[in-house]
Every structure is written in C-alpha cells, then in structure tokens.
Design a protein around this ligand. Structure first.
Ligand SMILES: Cc1ncc(COP(=O)(O)O)c(C=O)c1O
Length: 442
C-alpha cells in the first residue's frame, strides 16, 4: 500500500516543474485557475491579460466553445484507436485540412504530440529519405547557434542554446551549426526584417565545403528564432539558405512550432516569407494549445520516396502511441474551424502595424536596448544587470504578473506573442502595463 501520508493535497513538492525556477515558484506560487479569451484568472481572483498566448500556442484565445465542445463529444464517442496499422476518420480529415492551408507542395502529414517530437520526426524523415534514395552517406544535420528545437536529443543537438545543451553530454554526432543572425549594433530597433545580416546565410556554404555536401542530410532553422528571444530573419537570409540547400541536394526544414498557424499573418512563415522548405514542423497552435499534438508536413517527393518495396511492409519505422489521437484530432479540427470562421490565420497581418507602432513607443523606457517585431510578435531587450544576467527580465516578469499581465522572458529579453484575437484596446492596455513595469524595476 502506498504511504499516503507523504503528501497533502496542497503540497507543491512532488511536481518537478518544467523550465521553472522551482524553489522560487514554490515559495510564491503563480497559479492559474481559469481562462477565457484574452485572460487568465489567477488563484487569488485576478484577471491576467495573456501577452504570450500561453506559451505561443493559444492562438484563438482561451476556452473557445467550439474546441471545448469537440473534445467533450469526441471523448464520449471514440476515445482512442490504435495508431499503428489502424485508423480513424478524423486523423485523415485533419491531415487533408492541414494540407489545404499549408504551403503548396506540402502534401503529407505525420502526427506527433509536441514540438519536440515534431523535430525528432522531421530529422528522422530527412535521414531516412536520403537512405531510401541511395544516399545514406548524407547523415549530418546542420542547425544554428541560438536555435531552439525542443528538448529531445535530436532537437538539442541541432539547437544552439548553450544552457539547454551543456548538461547532456556529447549529444548527436555529425551535427554542425551555422552562426545566428543577431546583429544588435547594426539592426537595433528595426521594425520587421533587419536590413543587415542576409549574407550570414553564406556561412552555410562554408560548412558545406568543410564537410562536403554528400555528407549532409538537412538544415533546420526556425524562420523566426523565438525561444532565444525573437530573432527575425534579415532580408534575403531565408531565400539564400533555400538556394544553397537546393544547390547541394540538402533538405531544408523550417521549424514552425511557433510561427505556424497565423502568428505572422499567414498560416505559415514559409508563405509569409515566400520560401518553400522541404519539411515543416508544427505543434502548439495546431490544437490552440488545448491538447498536445504536433504535425510534420513533407513534400510528395519525400513521401513518395518511402512508398516502395513489398506493400505489406511498414515504410517508415517511426510513430507514437498517440499519433493522430482521436481527441487531439477533434480538437485540431475545431481549432481550424475557429481560425477559419474568425479569419485568425491572417488577422495578424491587419493588426501588425498597430502592434508595431505601440511596441516601438516603448523605446524611451528605462533599460531598453532593443525592440524588434514582426506579425504579432514583439521583443524588448533589456540591458542586463552587471554580473546578474536574466535577473532584470525576471523581475519584469514577476512585476508584470502582479500588475495583471503575463509576459515571457528569456535571458534579458521580454517576448510578447498574444492570442491572435487581441483588440487594439487590449494592445494599448498591454503596452501601458509593460511601460509601468519597466519604469518600476531596477
Ligand atoms: C521552434 C520550436 N521548436 C520546438 C519547440 C518544442 O515544442 P514542445 O515544447 O511542444 O516540445 C518549441 C517550443 O517552444 C519551439 O519554439
């Protein structure tokens, strides 16, 4: 029998929280108990304006009735169907609906349960694709400094955030990294895409020369590097990456876990920047963050390369127990309906100019050394406190929460990415609060 005296219901010790300063949190917990549209309700009864769409995922706002109802219904109708060698209609319907909004040519979808799993899936597809084509020597994966691709071993290997990598050994072999594109001296306070840095893409040529193209399977980048503090691609950069990959037969993977589903004013960043990758990874906004689910898009060329050999044989030895789970599929279908009915996959394009203007009006606030933005994304970089990196932004985060606003910080950067339903009044409210926060912290 378990020893039930170990814990009491309100004991916070058992849950080891993810990416959280556990000791700080448990001394002074910040608990959400409800949410609706643009707001959370905290356990002390306050309304908290959501400046981050949860974690870049609640794109349609919270507790949207259609999604809630779809989950309720599906849970009572078909809770689970085996994902391997069996199917259920909603997963197929969802894949078709996703292909309809994806960039042209992205005709096939593999389902996962998170952004991290989408990344692992994409990297494995890339490696296996080259093998099926008789180019098994293409086993290297190229990521980028400051890149974030989730927390699993493939993702942290190609990722470039040192603190996410350094504790975990030697990681995958055969990985190299392109330089990041952050040039604050030249690009500070840029609205939209920076002018300087597009030529950094040529560094990929140097890496290809070093290893030889015949050893490289894929390049993976976030079109906009989000978790490292919002680095927007300089003009020409993504197109140049595409050209180099095409020239050398290297697959280009866009990790659109945060940019997918309308964040920039197009369904995907690939459409926004008019650059077509070979594989796109997604998650988050796919189900409005409500149920864990991810999707990896691949071209017909990649998919068809696997469809060979005896027909009773499994073509790709990969998948998850919950790939295309019925309840997640129902949630995603209802999310796509909500996006469509409310025009949310393109709404950011309409509201972005107002967002940009209000965001950049914070330029004169204390501690601010850079502001950058695109679509419904904004970043405010603060001067770090000497010898105490991250502390100033964390103080801002705590102060904002006290003042009824959820922001996200990484390093000394405040990242903002509200639900795509935000009104102009709420944008005003958000930036008024941020201004007060910056004026109130040391
Ligand atoms: C670009 C990118 N890739 C992957 C991930 C990992 O997603 P998840 O936390 O769902 O595993 C994230 C999460 O923020 C992300 O921003």
């Amino acid at each position: 029998m378990s020893n039930r005296l170990n814990t009491t219901p309100n004991d916070l010790r058992a849950f080891w929280m993810p990416f959280t300063a556990n000791r700080q949190f448990k001394q002074n917990p910040r608990m959400m108990v409800a949410a609706k549209d643009m707001h959370f309700t905290s356990s002390d009864g306050r309304q908290i304006l959501d400046g981050t769409a949860g974690l870049w995922c609640v794109n349609a706002g919270h507790c949207r009735p259609k999604i809630t109802e779809a989950i309720r219904q599906q849970a009572g109708e078909l809770d689970y169907a085996p994902a391997f060698q069996m199917g259920h209609p909603k997963a197929f319907e969802l894949a078709n609906r996703l292909v309809d909004i994806a960039p042209e040519g992205m005709n096939h979808v593999l389902f996962t349960n998170s952004g991290s799993e989408s990344v692992e899936t994409a990297l494995k597809v890339a490696l296996a694709y080259h093998r099926t084509k008789g180019e098994g020597a293409r086993s290297r994966l190229i990521g980028r400094e400051r890149g974030y691709h989730g927390v699993n071993f493939g993702g942290i290997s190609v990722g470039g955030i040192v603190s996410n990598r350094k504790m975990f050994g030697t990681l995958l072999t055969g990985v190299d990294h392109m330089p990041h594109t952050h040039l604050p001296d030249q690009n500070a306070f840029t609205k939209g895409q920076p002018e300087h840095g597009g030529d950094i893409a040529s560094e990929l040529e140097r890496i290809v020369t070093l290893h030889d193209a015949s050893t490289i399977a894929a390049v993976i980048v976030e079109p906009i590097a989000g978790s490292t503090g919002v680095l927007i691609p300089p003009k020409g950069y993504l197109k140049k990456l595409r050209e180099i990959c095409t020239k050398h037969g290297i697959l280009l993977i866009f990790d659109e876990v945060i940019t997918g589903f309308g964040r920039l004013g197009s369904p995907f960043a690939a459409q926004h920047y008019d650059v077509m990758p070979d594989i796109i990874t997604t998650a988050k906004g796919l189900t409005n963050g409500v149920i864990p689910m991810g999707a990896v898009f691949v071209t017909s060329e990649i998919h068809d390369a696997f469809m060979q050999g005896p027909e009773h044989m499994i073509e790709f030895m990969h998948g998850y127990t919950y790939s295309g789970n019925p309840i997640a599929s129902a949630a995603a279908l209802a999310t796509l309906d909500t996006y469509k009915e409310e025009g949310l996959l393109t709404r950011a394009a309409d509201i972005a100019p107002y967002w940009e203007e209000q965001l950049h009006s914070l330029k004169d606030c204390p501690h601010v050394i850079d502001i950058r933005n695109t679509g419904l994304i904004g970043a405010i970089e603060l001067e770090p406190i000497a010898g105490e990196p991250t502390k100033r932004a964390f103080s801002a985060f705590l102060r904002a929460y006290e003042d009824g606003l959820l922001i996200r910080t990484t390093g000394d950067i405040i990242a903002l990415s509200p639900p795509l339903i935000i009104s102009k009044d709420q944008i005003d409210e958000l930036f008024d609060k941020v201004r007060k926060v910056l004026e109130g912290i040391d």
